[in-house]
Write a protein that binds this ligand. Structure first.
Ligand SMILES: Nc1ncnc2c1ncn2[C@@H]1O[C@H](COP(=O)(O)OP(=O)(O)OP(=O)(O)O)[C@@H](O)[C@H]1O
Ligand SMILES: [Mg+2]
Length: 307
């Protein structure tokens, strides 16, 4: 779908030369993750919900993909199927050319809710994923400490998860997922419970880690600023059924800096995404512009005579 461009903003499809060159390099890389005509229907024949329909998409090695779309469009369903926690009803998922049949060490997952094991220390949490792959305890501990150093939490190795802030817990969750050396890191709104400042710090942390390690990222978010700030490409889903609406190549140079959020390219991409999501959101059909009558009890209204 095309949307009118905002006056004075560049066309979001015009990639600066360095971004176009980077995109070309990315596309020449092998596909780590292939989503092949994926469909998902929930419920029985009587009352089916088509959550995803014919999703076709490939993620290249070391690419950073964000997935956005209105609430209920199937983002979490998609990522759960990629993780092997849920099965598609049609089509298939391939990681390095091999079909996914369930969860596996080639895919790490970070959820919105803090999911560290409360009965394990921070270090033991990170060791968990490493030991799962058969590494002996001493070596697992050494590697876990390296990860904690990378995320700047080595002094919290012996702390319990509840002693950490939300942002710190998510850093440990990322380290735990990466320590098992997956090919793909799947993240479902991992920062949405954090305050704005912590969130920006976490986004920068994640990009810094991504720059240092060989990992491909699929990151689900509601937040358009977050998607544009992080992604190489943004997959926009439309709801009912969840289909690919558009794939956007983000016209921003790397490394990303918060100052880019006011650049014309950023604002143009955001205006386009907002228009896309508005046009396909839950109120898109007809009711969006209508006045909504709220049933507010009289007592809660502020009277003109009030001081
Ligand atoms: N286990 C389930 N059983 C039945 N329907 C489900 C199930 N899980 C999801 N759905 C339906 O599938 C659709 C997609 O849900 P999903 O949670 O993937 O959306 P989402 O894009 O992640 O939404 P949000 O942005 O609110 O997190 C919705 O209509 C939802 O009601
Ligand atoms: Mg969701």
């Amino acid at each position: 779908m095309t949307t009118p461009q905002e006056p004075n903003l560049p066309d979001y499809r015009d990639l600066p030369a360095d971004v176009a060159a980077r995109m070309k390099v990315i596309k020449e890389r092998e596909l780590v993750l292939e989503i092949d005509h994926l469909g998902k229907v929930f419920g029985g024949r009587k009352n089916p919900t088509v959550a995803l329909e014919d999703i076709e998409f490939g993620v290249h090695k070391r690419e950073f993909i964000c997935v956005v779309g209105p609430s209920g469009c199937g983002k979490s369903t998609l990522v759960r199927i990629l993780a092997g926690l849920e099965e598609g009803t049609s089509g298939r998922i391939l990681v390095d050319g091999r079909p996914v049949t369930g969860p596996g060490p080639d895919r790490g997952m970070v959820f919105q809710k803090y999911t560290l094991f409360p009965w394990l220390t921070v270090c033991q949490n990170v060791m968990f994923g490493i030991e799962m792959s058969g590494t002996e305890k001493g070596e697992a501990q050494r590697q876990a400490m390296q990860w904690l150093q990378m995320i700047g939490l080595e002094q919290f190795a012996e702390a319990w998860p509840h002693q950490l802030s939300g942002g710190m817990q998510q850093r440990v969750a990322i380290a735990r997922a990466l320590a098992a050396q997956p090919r793909v890191l799947l993240m479902d709104e991992p920062f949405s419970a954090l305050d704005a400042q912590t969130r920006l710090r976490m986004q920068n942390y994640l990009m810094e880690i991504w720059r240092k390690v060989d990992i491909t990222i699929v990151f689900i978010t509601h937040d358009l600023d977050e998607a544009i700030y992080l992604a190489d490409r943004i997959l926009v889903l439309q709801p009912r059924p969840g289909r690919v609406e558009e794939v956007i190549e983000v016209p921003l140079s790397r490394p990303r800096r918060a100052a880019q959020m006011t650049a014309g390219e950023f604002l143009a991409t955001k205006a386009h995404l907002e228009a896309l999501i508005r046009s396909s959101g839950p109120n898109a059909d007809d009711s969006a512009d209508e006045d909504v009558e709220l049933d507010i009890p009289l007592l809660t209204l502020v009277s003109d005579k009030a001081e």
